[in-house]
Design a protein around this ligand. Structure first.
Ligand code: ISJ
Length: 251
């Protein structure tokens, strides 16, 4: 926990960009496939979507195999997770970096709603090819990648707080969200991130052809969609996590 620094976290956020871009590209191979998001029967509950049932079921299996032992991982449906059979998971001690009372800060609900209602229809084509399992499996990869990135804001907030608690304490005590948001913000870093993810979407997602006459480059996911995703959702939600974390930092 002592060798975690703001630089190491920024490095991790940068590497996660690659995975987020690749996940979006993978999901964009399928059309919207809207029946996967309509209601289906859900054991023990009134109803839920096919996508939700797939995510719940997958999270149960991943929980058993230890995914959430890592404090960086946040499930979407934590209420239903089984514990792991004793002796199944090789033991490993993850460093405990987070302040326990603030560690549970969570914006999973918002990520879920924004992803399905706003984002998905923007980066997939209209249509239905029947690949519902493949589509929702790719959705889960995107959701997990976004959630891990956004919830890393808890670690960023912890490191920023530790470097100068005296700057944060008065605004935490007075619950001054505006000042706390200003304190955690680095506009230069944000501008760089937005520019870099657009370039990654251009480099990783360009359609490659051997045909030299057509010089119009096309992309699997619109690079502008990716930079807007970061500008409008990923960065603001990361900062929301940072601020909510700080509000509980003195509890
Ligand atoms: C994550 C950080 O905190 C804030 C959020 C950022 C982001 O989500 O990319 C970037 C800069 C900061 O405004 C950071 O400082 O690196």
């Amino acid at each position: 926990s002592d060798n975690i620094t703001l630089d190491s976290l920024r490095d991790s956020l940068e590497k996660q960009e690659d995975f987020i871009v690749f996940s979006l590209i993978e999901r964009a191979r399928y059309p919207l496939d809207s029946p996967a998001y309509g209601h289906s029967s859900c054991p023990g509950r009134q109803s839920c979507s096919f996508a939700e049932l797939f995510v719940r079921t997958t999270e149960e299996i991943e929980a058993k195999f230890g995914r959430y032992q890592n404090p960086e991982e946040v499930p979407f449906f934590s209420n239903y997770l089984p514990s792991s059979p004793p002796g199944l998971i090789p033991s490993f001690k993850f460093p405990q970096v987070l302040y326990p009372k603030a560690a549970s800060v969570n914006v999973s609900r918002t990520i879920w709603e924004v992803y399905f209602n706003d984002l998905l229809p923007q980066f997939t084509t209209k249509g239905d090819d029947g690949n519902y399992q493949q589509a929702v499996a790719s959705d889960l990869i995107c959701l997990q990648a976004l959630s891990k990135r956004i919830h890393l804001g808890r670690f960023v907030a912890e490191v920023k707080y530790r470097s100068s608690p005296q700057d944060y304490n008065p605004s935490i005590r007075s619950k001054d969200l505006k000042t706390l948001t200003e304190l955690v913000t680095s506009e230069q870093v944000e501008a760089m991130v937005v520019k870099r993810v657009k370039k990654k979407a251009e480099v990783f997602g360009q359609d490659v052809t051997l045909d030299s006459n057509g010089n119009q480059t096309t992309y699997k996911v619109d690079p502008l969609f990716v930079s807007n995703l970061y500008k409008k959702w990923v960065i603001p939600l990361t900062k929301q996590v940072e601020v909510n974390y700080l509000l509980r930092r003195l509890g």
